[in-house]
Design a binder for this molecule. Sequence first.
Ligand SMILES: Nc1ncnc2c1ncn2[C@@H]1O[C@H](COP(=O)(O)OP(=O)(O)O)[C@@H](O)[C@H]1O
Ligand SMILES: [Mg+2]
Length: 270
Amino acid sequence: MDGSMTHQLEGAANAPFYLPQSDECAVFEAAHENGLPVLLKGPTGCGKTRFVSHMAERLGRKLYTVACHDDLAAADLIGRYLLKGGETVWVDGPLTRAVREGAICYLDEVVEARKDVTVVLHPLTDDRRILPIDRTGEELEAAPGFMLVASYNPGYQNILKTLKPSTRQRFISVEFDFPKPELEIQVVAQETGLDEDRVRALVRLAGKLRALKGQDLEEGVSTRLVVYAATLIQQGMGVERAILAAMIEPLSDDEDVKRGLLDLVTAVFG
Ligand SMILES: Nc1ncnc2c1ncn2[C@@H]1O[C@H](COP(=O)(O)OP(=O)(O)O)[C@@H](O)[C@H]1O
Ligand SMILES: [Mg+2]
């Protein structure tokens, strides 16, 4: 067994808990082995970020995560000259570091980033795997093991905030959704230690709330919120109070809509 293999086995033992929904682990591993970039599509709070940290640990790769926002510019990823003690020094950004070290760079909610960011990704996502750094004149070849991973939520994108086909078609894509009830029960029970019967009821409620997506609600309740509700209940909070705080209030600010959602709680919990 070579050194990297030992590292991978250790990684698997330390990896944060992730319950697969399908064959996403195998797809990710194959992409990693072949140096292909991966795009994870799915609603917020369904396990995308957890999946990436799990896989990074399993593969024994360092992970650089960047939460993208509308102010994020290419320089935030690549790096910039900074003044240090009267001298200007070049400081690598997270993407550059990942490229040099053969690490995984995860761009969370990539559509939020400014347009110049996606352009930077293009030469990294074709078969040359190169990162040109205009400011220093360097052209970095990605070290073996480097992998670009991005996520986005196709659900609430307006027409201005969607990935252009020229960017999208550079990635292997994996679709995520909220786990099926039996899996979600396992996830929430494992994450919180709450007993399965009480978790099952929360997951049943989550299913009913998700069915309202598109009518009264923009987004259904996330697995993250179900985990929050279960955490509060496990800590001793009353079930109704916990549900209100973790699964109803976060979904809407409209009093009528919230009253409607509470009717569903009564339907499930009696
Ligand atoms: N398949 C899963 N295995 C383990 N935990 C999960 C899974 N799916 C969701 N979770 C839980 O949901 C939470 C939110 O997931 P996260 O990865 O942050 O969502 P996303 O990045 O899709 O918004 C996690 O912290 C974890 O508790
Ligand atoms: Mg995330």
